[in-house]
Ligand binder design. Structure first.
Ligand code: FAD
Length: 412
């Protein structure tokens, strides 16, 4: 039928090169990751020390180090390792939207194909910093973690952060305590936010530093959570840790904004594709299960109560995907998207979790076992309502946009 408008260029219609990329990632997940799931899930080990290269105390499972090394090579050879990062630094050049499209596919499996953890603030550094820190992290040689939260500063780091950095000779001395820091065990460096001007705080008084994980004066202690019993989240104490001046990222006093950009794009936005991948796989498992499981003489798939739960999941999945694509495409186009990243985070975490809860309900007891990835997905998505900023904080960020930016945010 002829219509009187030109073909939409809006992000809900993926361009052909991203559809191709999606298929490419999907095939790799089917070939390399899903076949390893049973091995991953059966490797539950809660003892002391490190076994087969796995982090201590994995609740759900892990793989021997040689499998992870193989998967990392697969990811690099397939061009997926740093797919969204700029080509000039050795990335795939597909931007945030490419990242989201690929991440959804990778998130269909509990065995996550390894990816570069090159962090956005490193792209805002000097050429020398890019050479020393960014490029090795894109190649997978160096790992970083993000250290903002503290025992008394989670939702409101701008006002509550206590960690300080004071000038000392050519550099700085950091003192304080960070909490919840993910990935410390594997990191070479921490991106640490510290108060450098207590009067200005988040408005010109917080600075981001690249801190060597093994610098003198750093000590750590693992935190047990229901995600990983020990060894992935840590307390980190800084006792007069010296940081040379060349390790300040961006301008002195303007680190808070770097952290907020990282949180919006490399944390909050990614919670959307996490939810989409997990829900898509969950729907595959749950619809198959509902067709084959009979109670009272009929398959579950014929019961309206079951159908409606799965339809609710379908609606959540499509909605989370749409907002994820829109946020990513607008970011790639240079727009300010913090409120949309907050929406993606809220929907990915909150709606993702409520939908995974329904998938678990449809599976009955099997959903609670570690024989399928569902219980892992459930915990990860529940964590998505807290980590990276809670549901309430995402609502606060969206409310600010509503009242400060007005109708431009909902008409766009
Ligand atoms: C597993 C895990 C991994 C993490 N990884 C990292 C990491 O790598 N790096 C890092 O820096 N941080 C990390 N965090 C910290 C995380 O970002 C914080 O836990 C989160 O921001 C919440 O802070 P909080 O725990 O201090 O809760 P609080 O700030 O104490 O909040 C408690 C409750 O009060 C609510 N609340 C707070 N203020 C308001 C308000 N104004 N109105 C209504 N409700 C409000 C919150 O939403 C929450 O429900 C991680 C946390 C976890 C659990």
């Amino acid at each position: 039928m002829a219509v009187k408008y030109s073909a939409p260029t809006a992000p809900f219609a993926l361009p052909p090169e991203l559809i191709e990329l999606k298929e490419h990632a999907k095939n790799i997940v089917e070939r390399e990751c899903i076949p390893l799931e049973a091995k991953f899930l059966s490797n539950k080990w809660l003892g002391e020390g490190v076994k087969d290269g796995a982090t201590e105390g994995q609740v759900d499972g892990s793989l021997p180090a040689e499998d992870w090394a193989h998967l990392k090579k697969v990811s690099q050879d397939a061009g997926l390792y740093a797919i969204g990062l700029p080509e000039e630094y050795g990335g795939g050049g597909y931007g945030a939207l490419g990242e989201v499209v690929v991440a959804e596919q990778l998130n269909r499996s509990v065995v996550k194909l390894p990816r570069s953890n090159a962090m956005l603030p490193l792209m805002r550094g000097t050429d020398a910093q890019k050479e020393e820190f960014l490029l090795p992290s894109i190649r997978g040689e160096k790992r970083f973690c993000f250290a903002q939260s503290e025992p008394g500063a989670g939702s409101d780091p701008g006002n509550s952060m206590r960690t300080t950095a004071k000038p000392d000779g050519d550099g700085w001395r950091i003192n304080g305590e960070k909490m919840w820091i993910s990935g410390v065990e594997a990191a070479d460096y921490l991106l640490v936010l510290a108060v450098t001007d207590p009067e200005k705080r988040q408005r010109g008084g917080m600075t981001m530093f690249i801190v060597d994980r093994n610098a003198e004066g750093i000590s750590t202690s693992p935190i047990e959570t229901w995600l990983v019993r020990k060894g992935h989240q840590h307390h980190v104490w800084f006792d007069d840790v010296y940081v040379p001046a060349g390790r300040v990222l961006g301008e002195v006093g303007y680190g808070f904004g770097l952290g907020q950009e990282w949180l919006a794009i490399q944390d909050r936005l990614t919670r959307g594709s996490l939810a989409c991948g997990r829900l898509a796989r969950g729907l595959e498992i749950a619809t198959e299960w509902a067709k084959s499981r009979e109670t009272f003489g009929a398959p579950l798939s014929e019961r309206q109560a079951i159908q409606w739960m799965l339809v609710d999941v379908f609606m959540d999945l499509k909605s989370i995907r749409a907002i994820s694509y829109e946020t990513a495409a607008r970011y790639d186009a240079g727009e300010e998207v913090r409120h949309l990243a907050a929406m993606t985070k809220f929907m990915g975490g909150n709606w993702g979790h409520r939908s995974m809860d329904k998938i678990m309900q449809v599976l009955g007891g099997i959903g609670e076992t570690l024989e399928t990835p569902i219980s892992t997905f459930y915990r990860e998505l529940r964590h998505g309502r807290i980590g990276g900023g809670t549901d309430e904080i995402q609502r606060i960020l969206m409310a600010r946009a509503l009242f400060k930016q007005g109708k431009s945010v909902w008409e766009a």
